[in-house]
Structures are given as structure tokens and as C-alpha cells.
Design a protein around this ligand. Structure first.
Ligand SMILES: *[C@@H]1O[C@H](CO)[C@@H](O)[C@H](O)[C@H]1NC(C)=O
Ligand SMILES: *[C@@H]1O[C@H](CO)[C@@H](O)[C@H](O)[C@H]1NC(C)=O
Ligand SMILES: *[C@@H]1O[C@H](CO)[C@@H](O)[C@H](O)[C@H]1NC(C)=O
Ligand SMILES: [Ca+2]
Length: 328
């Protein structure tokens, strides 16, 4: 572009020279030579100036492009810097995560030790089972509720986060699954053993509005595996109004791979859990965990008929047991 302008200027200059040097000059024919002598240097002055300006411009342009290059490099550097810092953050996050899980493990161990101490000191009120079970099953962690209604409760089931699927098979329901501080099923075999002596069951529930209700049953027991972990319940008491577990009384346990229900349907597959399905449910405490507001349309949520009905999945459930003769 500067070259083109330059040549255009040169043409202009030549044209002016030619025009000025024309023999027919209407106004001042006698002084033909003088104006030409004056004009030619003026023109070239102008051209020179233009040339300088063009040079100035092109130097500016190259300066600009150099600056742009520098800017680009600095942008690239910044991006690289950002990338590496995000990588550093990531590794810090990983480190924090591993520290967290380590802490969790330590809490587990502490809890276990605490459970042992409780067993030793209070002659096995809460967590009496722990010693029995640890002998029989090498090691079982239990979570104790020492506050509710006098305490002494061993939690056998919890739903609160929805992070653990409860749509599991017979073997998994037999052995137990999930995480002791999160969502879990203690295991039918464990529950059977724990309920061999007279035991109370307490079911605590919370809806998405934060309302809490509970149901309690005397003489809770689970049969052995030959008996398909059949459920036995005594009298109901509680604040939930409708007793939605008695419908499941005297009923065998069913899972997706073992249909022991009293129905032509496969209730465990319809209700997506493992439970003492009758035909099929008045309650479905091991059903699918639905998040806030997402009310269940398939009747497979965590339900308690008579409180919120069969199409409302509860926010939180805990099933816990303690010896019938427990005195706080
Ligand atoms: C370019 O032009 C600017 C303003 O027109 C002037 O200040 C500057 O000194 C010039 N630079 C050169 C290298 O001629
Ligand atoms: C249930 O309640 C009835 C009447 O109150 C009582 O006679 C019975 O012993 C109770 N059964 C159990 C298993 O607690
Ligand atoms: C549960 O079933 C057992 C055995 O059939 C019976 O004795 C008991 O009264 C029943 N409990 C309830 C709450 O229906
Ligand atoms: Ca069936």
C-alpha cells in the first residue's frame, strides 16, 4: 500500500510538472519559466513529506504488528499460565480428597473403637450385637443412635443422600451394602441375628418440607435365610398416623432375582428395591431415591402409604432397632 501511494504521488508530481510546463498558460504566459522553477521544488517537497509520512506510517505499522505479536505471545503465556494453575488446583483438590477419605477412615476406626467401649462399659445395651457379630462375621461396623427416645438404637437402614442404589440382588441384601454413615442396608443376615432376642423397630421418616414422623413396632424379628428373612412385627405405635408396615408383616423378603411376594407380578422389579413385598406395597422404604420435588410417578419411590401416599418419595428414612428390655 505505501508503494502504491508512492507511485501515485510520483504520477501526480509528473502530471503537475507537465501541466505547469504547458506552453499555453492563460494568465501568465510571459513568466513561463519562473512558476515552473517554483512549483517543481514545492511539489517534490510535498512528495518528500508524503514519503516521510508513509515511512512514518509503515514504521508505525510494523511497530503495531510487533506490539500485536507481543500481545499475542503474552495472551498465549497467560493461557498457559492459567492452564498450569488449574492443573495445580486439580492436584490440590485430589490431595484434599484423599485426605478427606483418610479422615473418613480414621472416623470409621474411632467409631468402631467407641462401639467397642460402649459394649464393654454398658454391658451391651447399644451395639451389644457388635461383639456377637464380630465373632461370627469377623467385623461389622454399626452406627448407633444414642439420642432418639433414650438412645441405644442400632441403625439397620438409612436413606438420606440417594447416592447408593437399593435395587440390588438377594446376595447383596443378605450381606448388606452402602456406607455406614451414608445410605446403607445392614444386611438381612445381620438383622436376623440382631433380632433373635426381643427387639423393637423404629422407623423415622422426613418429607421434603422437613416434617418428621416415626413408627415403632414391638417384637420386630427377621426369620433366617431358609425362612426367606420373613418379617415379624408386634404392635404399632408412633406419630405417622397410618401403620404402613403391618401389611408386610409375616411376609418373605423379595429381591429382583428372588420373587417371594404374594403377587403374580414381580413386586421387587416393579418397586425397584428389596423388601417384604406382599402384593405389593403399603410402604417401600428400600425404593428409589427421588430428589427434591420429584414425586414418583412409577410408584417405586420411598413411600409410606397413609402419610404422603404412594406417589411421594420421602427425603430421609432411618430404620433402627434396640433390645426390647433396653432402659435408657
Ligand atoms: C510520525 O508522525 C508523528 C505525528 O505525525 C510524529 O510525532 C513522529 O515524530 C513521526 N515519526 C517519524 C519516525 O517520523
Ligand atoms: C399388643 O398390644 C396388646 C394390647 O395392648 C397387648 O395385649 C399385646 O401384648 C401387645 N403385643 C405385643 C407383641 O407387644
Ligand atoms: C404379625 O404377624 C404375626 C404372626 O402371624 C402376628 O402374631 C402379629 O399379630 C402380626 N402383627 C401385626 C402388627 O399385624
Ligand atoms: Ca410374584
Amino acid at each position: 500500500m505505501p508503494k502504491k501511494t508512492l507511485s501515485a504521488m510520483a504520477w501526480l508530481c509528473i502530471f503537475i510538472v507537465a501541466f505547469v510546463g504547458h506552453p499555453v498558460w492563460p494568465q501568465k504566459p510571459p513568466k513561463r519559466k519562473t512558476p515552473a522553477e517554483l512549483t517543481v521544488p514545492a511539489c517534490c517537497e510535498e512528495a518528500k513529506e508524503l514519503k516521510a509520512q508513509i515511512a512514518n506510517l509503515s514504521s508505525l505499522l510494523s511497530e503495531l504488528s510487533q506490539k500485536q505479536e507481543r500481545d499475542w505471545v503474552s495472551v498465549v503465556m497467560q493461557v498457559m499460565e492459567l492452564e498450569s494453575s488449574s492443573k495445580r488446583m486439580e492436584s490440590r483438590l485430589t490431595a484434599a480428597e484423599s485426605k478427606f477419605s483418610e479422615m473418613n477412615n480414621q472416623i470409621d476406626i474411632m467409631q468402631l473403637q467407641a462401639a467397642q467401649t460402649v459394649t464393654q462399659t454398658s454391658a451391651g445395651r447399644c451395639c451389644l450385637s457388635w461383639r456377637v457379630l464380630s465373632r461370627a462375621l469377623s467385623l461389622l461396623q454399626v452406627f448407633c443412635d444414642m439420642e432418639t427416645s433414650g438412645g441405644g438404637w442400632t441403625i439397620i437402614q438409612r436413606r438420606k443422600s440417594g447416592l447408593v442404589s437399593f435395587y440390588r440382588d438377594w446376595k447383596q441384601y443378605k450381606q448388606g451394602f452402602g456406607s455406614i454413615r451414608g445410605d446403607f442396608w445392614l444386611g438381612n443376615e445381620h438383622i436376623h441375628r440382631l433380632s433373635r432376642r426381643p427387639t423393637r423397630l423404629r422407623v423415622e421418616m422426613e418429607d421434603w418440607e422437613g416434617t418428621k414422623r416415626h413408627a415403632e413396632y414391638s417384637r420386630f424379628a427377621l426369620g433366617n435365610e431358609l425362612n426367606s428373612y420373613r418379617l415379624f412385627l408386634g404392635n404399632y405405635s408412633g406419630s405417622v398416623g397410618n401403620d404402613a408396615l403391618s401389611y408386610h408383616n409375616n411376609t418373605a423378603f423379595s429381591t429382583k432375582d428372588k420373587d417371594n411376594d404374594n403377587c403374580l407380578d414381580k413386586c421387587a422389579q416393579l418397586r425397584k428395591g428389596g423388601y417384604w413385598y406382599n402384593c405389593c406395597t403399603d410402604s417401600n422404604l428400600n425404593g428409589v431415591y427421588y430428589l427434591l420435588g420429584e414425586h414418583n410417578k412409577h410408584l417405586d419411590g420411598i413411600t409410606w402409604y397413609g402419610w404422603h401416599g404412594s406417589s411421594y418419595s420421602l427425603k430421609r428414612v432411618e430404620m433402627k432397632i434396640r433390645p426390647e428390655d433396653f432402659r435408657p
